[in-house]
Design a binder for this molecule. Structure first.
Ligand code: HAM
Length: 413
């Protein structure tokens, strides 16, 4: 029997209903904030990710689905969506004016990673990117939107981890201090960290190795080395978050796994995901648009793992709401014909309903209703047809009653 490719899942049933509920909520909340959707291709040229996510990142180094197409192009199945959105915004000259441009996306991403709970090789992200505004106010606005989105989904414990990773101008001062710290205890760090301290020192802070994390105790903190403007920016964002009642904590080891960030970087971990798994992450990337060949336009954004969010919501709330909470069961041919008319009327009125079309025994249909979580069963037989009524069974209580046809519409609504 053929199986899906390792790390790639089929989505259906209760899990997909959570996906749909999350997507609907996202569209509603983001639309309210003036964000418009963008959909970019799954395949991008290799260079788009090399130049954005970064050649020293794990994503580009080890995790990309990369191949040469029949025309000899080096292409990649996108491991994330920010680079593609930036590429599209440049290509279509969407950032030509000084107006802010706000996008959100919902789509599959691909990373060849080691499988574990909540980590897949094809996974989904919902993300938002805002272009054209460099202020901490724009970050607070985006974070407030994210916070409202998660609150509407019923997520309760939300404490954002935030940090500032400075700018290319302010980082050398930190690197000097940090390299000196590293050199004084270098034998305690893993071989990967010895490579990182040369190529991208910030990555050392992010090492998953426990010995390295212990060796980092008392390390120089990047926010102590920020230039004046970045320090002011960071302080202003924190003040805004406090004022908006958005809980956060500062995490000086938060550096993110992608290279394009400047100043603000943030994540939200969820204990429901087990071992230190991030539910979402993002930050400011003021240099990326220009770096990919566009105008000098600042940007800020984030992405949330949809697979992980659905998992968390299922843990908190259980099953997602049923799509068809009622089932109409006709008994006999005459009733089946009439049932179509009734069902059509209900569907046209926007009422959710499933129609039993197998014919045959009531018992079989009731068993299906039980198994699939149907809340209300409507039974239409000859007796009901003659009396102009319908028999209604409430599955939760087992209670039975009789409704008039008019009542079916008002009660099911
Ligand atoms: P990221 O931190 O690499 O950031 O990914 C964001 C989220 O995608 C993660 O927090 C996680 O929930 C989910 N995710 C990542 N890898 C997997 C996986 N293998 N399986 C399941 N879920 C996964 C970005 O991708 C940036 N583009 C975010 C951003 C947008 N920054 C600025 N704008």
């Amino acid at each position: 029997m053929a199986q899906s490719v390792k790390g790639m899942r089929d989505l259906f049933g209760a899990e997909l209903r959570w996906f749909q509920h999350i997507e609907e909520t996202a569209r509603r909340v983001f639309g309210r904030h003036g964000y418009g959707e963008i959909r970019t291709p799954i395949l991008e040229e290799l260079d788009v990710f090399k130049r954005s996510v970064g050649e020293s990142s794990d994503i580009v180094n080890k995790e990309m689905y990369q191949f040469t197409d029949k025309g000899g192009r080096e292409v990649v199945m996108r491991p994330e969506n920010t680079a593609g959105v930036v590429r599209a915004a440049i290509q279509h000259k969407l950032l030509a004016s000084s107006d802010p441009v706000l996008f959100y996306y919902i789509g599959q991403q691909f990373r060849y990673e080691r499988m574990q709970t909540g980590r897949y090789r094809q996974f989904w992200q919902i993300g938002a990117e805002s272009f054209g505004v460099a202020s901490p106010e724009s970050e607070a606005e985006s974070l407030l939107m994210l916070h409202s989105f998660l609150k509407e989904l019923g997520l309760k414990q939300m404490v954002f981890s935030i940090n500032s990773v400075g700018t290319p101008e302010s980082r050398p001062a930190f690197y000097t201090a940090f390299r000196a710290f590293f050199a004084a205890r270098q034998e305690q760090f893993c071989s990967d960290c010895h490579r990182r301290i040369e190529s991208n020192p910030l990555r050392v802070l992010d090492c998953k190795n426990e010995t390295c994390q212990a060796a980092l105790e008392g390390h120089p903190v990047i926010t102590d080395y920020l230039d004046e403007a970045s320090a002011k920016h960071h302080a202003r964002l924190k003040a805004l978050l406090t004022d908006l009642d958005i809980p956060y904590e500062e995490n000086p080891r938060l550096v993110r796994g992608l290279d394009y960030y400047t100043r603000t970087a943030f994540e939200l971990l969820s204990s429901d995901l087990g071992a230190q798994s991030a539910l979402l992450g993002g930050g400011r990337y003021d240099l990326l648009v220009k770096h990919l060949g566009g105008p000098d336009v600042p940007a800020f954004g984030w992405a949330i793992g949809l697979d992980r969010l659905a998992m968390v919501l299922q843990q908190i709330h259980g099953e997602a709401p049923q799509v068809a909470p009622a089932l109409l069961i006709p008994l006999g041919e005459r009733a089946a014909t009439e049932a179509f008319k009734l069902a059509r009327g209900l569907w046209d009125a926007g009422i959710a309903l499933q129609l039993e079309t197998r014919g045959g025994a009531l018992k079989k249909a009731m068993a299906t209703a039980n198994r699939t979580g149907i809340q209300t069963v409507l039974i239409l037989g000859d007796g009901e047809l003659d009396g102009g009524t319908i028999t209604v069974k409430h599955m939760a209580t087992g209670e039975q009653e009789s409704w008039s046809m008019g009542e079916v519409f008002t009660r099911l609504k």
